[in-house]
Design a protein around this ligand. Sequence first.
Ligand SMILES: [Zn+2]
Length: 241
Amino acid sequence: MIFENIKNINVDEPATWKGKIFLTFDVEWCSDEVLSSVLDILEKYSLRATLFVTHETELLPRMRANENLELGIHPNFNFLLDGDSRQGGNVLEVVEYYSEIVPEAISFRSHSLTQSSKISTLMTEKGFLYECNNYVPSSSGIELSPYRHANGEMIRVPHFWEDDLHCLNKESWDTDLYLANQGIKVFDFHPILVFLNCMDINEFETVKHHSNNIEALRQNINTERFGVGDFLSALITGKMS
Ligand SMILES: [Zn+2]
């Protein structure tokens, strides 16, 4: 399979996305050790992937040095919705908070998939070209493709698989099922769920507070059942074991 970056999608040229795999990662709740373990995998197999960055990290230079990796941003508008201005008092300030961390980003996915026409228009004005906020599960049977937002400039790139929602809904782990889909194949991972090989989102909730304690996380890696880490490996290697 061919792995591709979100930034290389051209809606007018289906060959830029059809039959390709888009690995995307939202990097919240993620210590450098955990993020590093995922970068090790991406580097080992020379995979193209898109990482939606949430915070400053010493790993940014490592990611930027790898031309296979695209860095986008993962703005969290929830604080704003709760009347909490810690990352900015309005939408523009929140966007600028993240853009300062990754000034080169042209792709974004909001935490909690928060979206509105107002955000899309503002992001377009800030130079963003790709919005990845639409989750339509593979189980819907809907064949997805990237499309232009009503403003004509922003390209919306829907995803049909997301690790936390997959674990919540207890959908099939059979990668062939997803790879047979004729629509665009965008997978949304969280590095910590890959690291833990999570298969039950309730189990993750019980260890989430350990996110900066690598030893505690190691003790909670799922080795018994097929999980998110196994699923990523299966996508990469084509083997389900
Ligand atoms: Zn998120």
